[in-house]
Design a protein around this ligand. Structure first.
Ligand code: DAK
Length: 251
């Protein structure tokens, strides 16, 4: 296990690595260093053929309470344009490896956007989600208006973004922010089970399937269907598919 100052990188086990945000005293507020460590770790694991699933977890009180407000207060618009933390978000979004969020406690602002940046998310029953940036005279800037609207729909997204209010884990599940709510304290264990299941499947198929689903949020249906079929045909010629089907047929 290796430890950065803000992100603890767990061992690779059954194809899965857990990245734990480890600044509980600041409710895992995402400072520049946190974002850069997170992006560095994800980029490195994404290039590792043995890493098939990356879990992002926080602590019991907070997954992440958003960007570090003290650091943010010092950054104006021009400073944010090509800031390493702006680039860190883009680096995380480029990952081909499935990202799974295990959420306990608060996932606010950038913390909620980090959950939305993951491919699936599991919440402990006590988790709380919100985009409180408006209360600071700001607004979501890491996909909170776009990804949230695509999963939760316009009405709830407007309510969260314009009021800054929070919702609980069950409401987050109903809104499609998380796929499952589990008893408090067990989100990581459930995320690990799902990640190991994902990791047991062939890497290329997993990555192409993830990419295809994400394209649904960016393309017209006809284009998405065309791309899906291209990946589907590509996998039809893969050795991994041939081997898996042969194994199945042998019984
Ligand atoms: N930033 C800095 N410090 C924070 C923090 C934050 N977001 N959240 C908590 N802390 C610190 C508190 O200041 C306190 O520090 P000490 O006083 O002990 O030194 C410590 O963590 C414990 O906090 P509390 O005493 O408040 O703890 P509670 O358990 O009572 O409350 C809370 C927890 C999470 C409900 C509360 O701390 C809270 O409301 N925090 C602020 C949440 C918030 O407004 N978040 C939105 C931040 S703005 C970007 C993309 C996205 C963003 C930025 C850039 N780019 C693409 C570049 C995102 C922006 C945001 O997220």
């Amino acid at each position: 296990m290796s430890a950065g100052a803000d992100v603890v990188i767990g061992p690779l086990e059954d194809g899965v690595v857990v990245l734990t945000l480890a600044r509980p005293e600041a409710r895992n507020a995402l400072r520049h260093q946190t974002m850069i460590e997170l992006a560095d770790a994800i980029e490195r694991l994404d290039a590792d053929a043995d890493a098939r699933g990356i879990i992002i977890a926080g602590g019991q009180k907070a997954f992440a309470a958003g960007a570090d407000i003290a650091e943010m207060a010092a950054l104006d618009g021009p400073a944010l344009l090509a800031h390493p933390r702006t680039l860190a978000w883009q680096r995380i979004w480029r990952a081909g490896c499935p990202l799974i969020a295990a959420v306990e406690g608060w996932a606010l602002g950038g913390g909620c956007e980090l959950v939305l940046s993951c491919d699936l998310a599991i919440a402990g029953a006590g988790a709380r989600f919100g985009q409180p940036e408006i209360t600071l005279g700001w607004m979501p800037g890491a996909g909170g208006t776009q990804r949230l609207a695509r999963s939760a729909g316009k009405a709830l997204t407007m309510q969260l973004v314009l009021t800054g209010d929070q919702i609980d884990a069950e409401a987050a599940r109903a809104a499609g922010i998380v796929s499952e709510v589990v008893p408090s304290g067990t989100a990581l264990s459930r995320a690990r089970t799902l990640a190991q299941r994902i990791a047991s499947h062939p890497r290329q198929a997993t990555r192409l399937a993830k990419q295809a689903v994400l394209r649904a949020f960016e393309t017209p249906l006809s284009e998405g269907l065309r791309e899906e079929h291209a990946s589907f045909r590509h996998l039809a010629s893969s050795e991994e598919r041939a081997a898996r089907m042969a194994t199945f047929l042998r019984g």
